[in-house]
Design a protein around this ligand. Structure first.
Ligand code: GDP
Ligand code: K
Ligand code: MG
Length: 290
């Protein structure tokens, strides 16, 4: 059968996480309109027994590191560069062609790449034609496809193109698995997504989520998680007036978690202040940024 590793690269907000979810038909990666939402390399498996297994990796957007958390994020990108069979170079179709071209060239890929032009639902016909012509000329582009990850347009064609370019291999993971990361990780991510959704500019970048307890009881799953921030003032904002903010985060996250786990969930959130956790090796390790 066809099996291999396919890694998704692109600038922040190109739609990498949205694309991973569209390819898998499952919401695995969190999405937001803010840059640097994705901090880890997230793998998702698409398997058709006996036919193919595609191991997709979503990666953080490529940025210049400003603190240690950023360095960890770029290590995740680097490791994804090294083990791919195929790369998806994702570009927002309305973004600067030159800038994206510079980035894709700088990756110095040793594997074939499909240039995937995303957000076609928001582009004019003229722009689509211009971008297609531009990327078709680039030496790293084996193929150029135009899609909308958000509207799931041309996702099947992209899938077929990917499978066609994969090597013959035995499957790497069990047919039933969707990912290699623990359920706890995704639960924490769903809480983090709500922080990106509900809170203004700064707080999401100072926050992380750690799931401490995940217990399957008879009729529900009990989950306790800490939201970690850097300052008392941030804790106060997260709590909100009479606890309204933390309540809203909890209730939105619980809905998503229940959908993901297909089970009833009791979610308890606490807020902790850990000054400068983003630059502290021990904290980074504790919170899952290796
Ligand atoms: P990432 O940073 O590359 O992982 O990008 P995300 O997947 O988090 O998406 C960034 C933003 O772009 C979110 O607001 C998405 O809803 C939006 N987005 C992603 N794909 C599309 C698309 O095909 N069309 C439109 N209009 N928006 C999209
Ligand atoms: K984003
Ligand atoms: Mg992302």
């Amino acid at each position: 059968m066809k099996a291999g590793f396919v890694n998704i690269f692109g600038k922040p907000n190109a739609g990498k996480s949205t694309l991973l979810n569209a390819l898998l038909g499952e919401k695995l990666a969190i999405v937001s309109s803010k840059v640097q939402t994705t901090r880890h390399r997230i793998k998702g498996f698409l398997t058709e027994p006996g036919e193919y297994q595609v191991i997709f990796s979503d990666t953080p957007g490529i940025i210049e590191p400003k603190y240690k958390l950023h360095e960890r994020m770029m290590q995740a990108v680097k490791s994804a560069l090294e083990d791919a069979d195929l790369a998806l170079l994702l570009a927002d179709i309305n973004d600067s062609l030159e800038e994206n071209n510079e980035l894709f060239t700088a990756l110095k890929l040793k594997v074939p790449a499909i240039v995937v032009l995303n957000k076609a639902d928001k582009a004019s016909k003229g722009r689509i034609a211009e971008a297609e012509t531009f990327y078709a000329k680039q030496p790293y582009a084996k193929k150029v496809l135009v899609i909308s990850a958000l509207k799931s347009q041309q996702i099947d064609l992209l899938k077929q193109t990917i499978i066609g370019l994969l090597p013959e291999n035995d499957p790497f993971y069990s047919e039933d698995d969707l990912t290699d990361l623990p359920t706890k990780f995704f639960v924490g991510e769903m809480v983090r997504e709500k922080i990106y959704e509900l809170l203004g500019d700064e707080i999401p970048y100072h926050a992380t989520v750690m799931v401490n307890e995940f217990k399957e009881k008879e009729t529900l799953i009990k989950i306790q998680a800490d939201i970690v921030v850097q300052r008392e003032s941030q804790k106060a904002i997260l709590i909100g007036a009479k606890g309204s903010m933390i309540k809203q985060i909890g209730s939105l996250a619980r809905t998503d978690i229940e959908q993901f786990l297909q089970q009833k969930v009791f979610l308890e959130l606490h807020i902790k202040v850990r000054p400068k956790w983003r630059d502290n090796d021990l904290h980074l390790k504790e919170y899952g940024y290796f």
